[in-house]
Ligand binder design. Sequence first.
Ligand code: HEM
Length: 220
Amino acid sequence: MREAAGTALVVNFLLAGSETTAATMTWTLHLLAPHPEHARRALTEIQSVLGPRAPTVSDLLPLRFLRATIFEALRLYRRVWIFLRKATAPFTLGEHACPTGLHIMISPWLSHRNPAYFADPDEFRPERWLEAKEPAAFLPFGEGPRHCAGREFAVREATLILARILARARIELVKPNEVKPEPLVTLRPRSPVLARSIPIGQPTTQVQPDPMHAAFGAAH
Ligand code: HEM
């Protein structure tokens, strides 16, 4: 029994921790591609903090803009776009009396794009996270006793991966306006996100498109 519970825990961690982070990277690169000013700022930060070496966990603190970029991607394209709770006791929510057993759907897609909490909510503005505290409306990892167990690990992992990618290459989308989110159980790109990886220092025009194409974030 203890062995089965242990196996379930490991499987849970593997499932909950792999696709979520991969998708976060997809959406982050997808957002950075049409915003060269943010990509340049990220690269400047990486170069000044790391120089030519690879990042380690002790570099995370000064990689502030990178972390902010990941938060902003999590705000705009939160992987788990809706989650559920069941009331275990009666409570009042605003004007509504909620009985025991009520199913409640919480949509961070809506709260993350609510102008009451985020100015210009549809804009990709990583710098909003440099000073601001996380508002209660920001729920990329859920909330309460069942919130994501890998939260801090995920942000650290994503920051390190992003630092590695952006230190080497600039990402350009092949078809910038064609990526649409699909709200299944999790929020995925409807079709693969086709992108070019352009080595740092090389202008776009020198790129031979086909061999450089990379697809990430396929829908299924
Ligand atoms: C950016 C990446 C990630 C996102 C957006 C994410 C998001 C979430 C969300 C929304 C939940 C449900 C929380 C709730 O219902 O309140 C969850 C649960 C969970 N996550 Fe993550 N997660 C990520 C990465 C990870 C990683 C890397 C791990 C493990 C290494 C992990 C482990 C878990 C586990 C074990 C649960 C279940 C917690 C429970 O039921 O008590 N997650 N995650």
